[in-house]
Design a protein around this ligand. Structure first.
Ligand code: ZN
Length: 105
């Protein structure tokens, strides 16, 4: 006797991973809807690709760390003047921006 009910997504996932239980085997062999579900399940879930993308993405603080390095570099090379001209601000303002640091650093 065969089940008329479609197996749950979870049951289908288990079936994909383990090949069991056998009643799912019988069902998917003759159910187009569940065959489609299985096909969708075989494609990596969005959560998996999201996790992968997060894993491969640059760290969240990369931009601020790079900005820190750039301003360090600008300050160290005394390029405040160039920076001021580039951005169109006065030299004192440029120096202030480039040397702005937390007091405890
Ligand atoms: Zn089905």
């Amino acid at each position: 006797m065969k089940s008329r009910l479609h197996p749950s997504k979870r049951k289908l996932t288990t079936w994909l991973e383990t090949g069991g239980p056998v009643d799912v085997d019988d069902h998917v062999a003759q159910c187009e809807r569940c065959a489609g579900t299985l096909e969708a399940l075989a494609i990596p879930e969005p959560s998996v690709s999201d996790a992968l993308a997060a894993f491969l993405a640059p760290p969240d603080d990369l931009v601020s760390r790079m900005n820190d390095r750039i301003s360090d570099s600008l300050r160290n090379r005394a390029d405040a003047k160039m920076f001021a001209e580039l951005v169109g601000i006065s030299l004192p303002t440029a120096r202030l921006l480039l040397t702005e640091r937390p007091l405890d650093e």
